[in-house]
Design a protein around this ligand. Structure first.
Ligand code: GLN
Length: 302
């Protein structure tokens, strides 16, 4: 495969997997074997399970050239999802690339909580701030056939990815992706609408935590989607009061944040006039999501 490996034998799938696992381990990649398999599957354009039945099959020159490029990129700690161009979220693949925050499993908990709020048979309106790949908004629209979502993002690149992902899942007709800043952009695009729910996985990492992030995140993912001031709460602090203006009475808000921020986010919600603030844990059992309800009569159509 390269000068650093033996060249006298045939480069079978098995041998390339072993070599790559070793190389990625030395480059500091934690789940090196799994990632070697995913890259190999991507290079051979086959599902990962196929690798096991193809163990003794030599990889073609084209496949090996692809693999060489992928492995070099991964060894510099470029995220796997940017190399394969996709990441699974809520059981579906979303196209991602440089400039787009990679969907994370903790955000699936946020989606679960939102889905509990949305009727299966009555129309509802949701808003999202910072849609990134579009994974939250699109999942809501796919799971709830009567739900419409207006979502904003300041990144032009994200607008392109999200539009493609919405088209893939055939929900573009119930989604409005707006290019603009925060809830302000949502309000400007639909001035009369009152929302049943507002959802966001906003940037919430403290600026000074840059050094503590994995190189995959710090060096490759969009900083706009990660950092939000000295305590990470700059955007959330704006978002909570602004949400009240456009939510229906009884409307729901759900925000992802850092475990250390959940208490403060509850307080910010209560101070702004929300009721029933609740902290929810993610798939790793750490505090991650805060939800609350706008005071007033619960909407009749909820
Ligand atoms: N949990 C993410 C990370 O640190 C942060 C995502 C976000 O800021 N929304 O990788």
């Amino acid at each position: 495969m390269s000068d650093s490996g033996p060249t006298d034998d045939v480069w079978t799938v098995q041998r390339i997997l072993a070599w790559t696992t070793d190389y990625l381990t030395k480059s500091g990649v934690a789940a090196a074997r799994l990632e070697a398999e995913l890259l190999c599957g991507h290079a051979r354009q086959c599902p990962r399970v196929r690798l096991y039945t193809d163990y003794d099959i030599p990889m073609t020159d084209t496949e090996r050239a692809r693999m060489r490029e992928y492995v070099q990129r991964r060894a510099t700690r470029e995220p796997l999802a940017y190399i394969t161009g996709k990441r699974e979220f809520y059981g579906r693949n979303f196209e991602v690339g440089i400039g787009v925050l990679i969907p994370r499993p903790e955000t699936e908990t946020l989606v679960d909580l939102a889905l509990e709020q949305i009727s299966d048979d009555r129309p509802s309106q949701f808003a999202e701030v910072g849609f990134g790949s579009g994974c939250i908004t699109i999942t809501l629209a796919v799971q709830k056939a009567k739900c419409r979502v207006t979502a904003s993002d300041i990144s032009e690149v994200c607008c392109q990815y999200a539009a493609r992902n919405a088209a893939t899942y055939e929900v573009a007709d119930r989604i409005q992706f707006v290019h603009g800043n925060g809830l302000e952009a949502v309000k400007l695009s639909q001035t009369d609408v009152r929302y049943d729910g507002i959802i966001s996985n906003p940037p919430y990492v403290c600026d000074h935590e840059l050094q503590e992030l994995q190189p995959e995140v710090a060096e490759y993912e969009p900083h706009d989607a990660l950092f939000s001031g000295s305590d990470g709460l700059d955007l959330i602090r704006r978002l909570i009061p602004e949400s009240l203006d456009i939510l229906k009475p009884g409307g729901w808000i759900g925000l992802e944040c850092d475990p250390a921020q959940c208490g403060e986010v509850c307080r910010l919600m209560t101070d702004s006039g929300f009721t029933k603030p609740q902290i929810h844990q993610d798939h790793r059992n750490v505090d991650r999501i805060v939800t609350a309800i706008k005071k007033g009569n619960t909407c009749a159509d909820k």
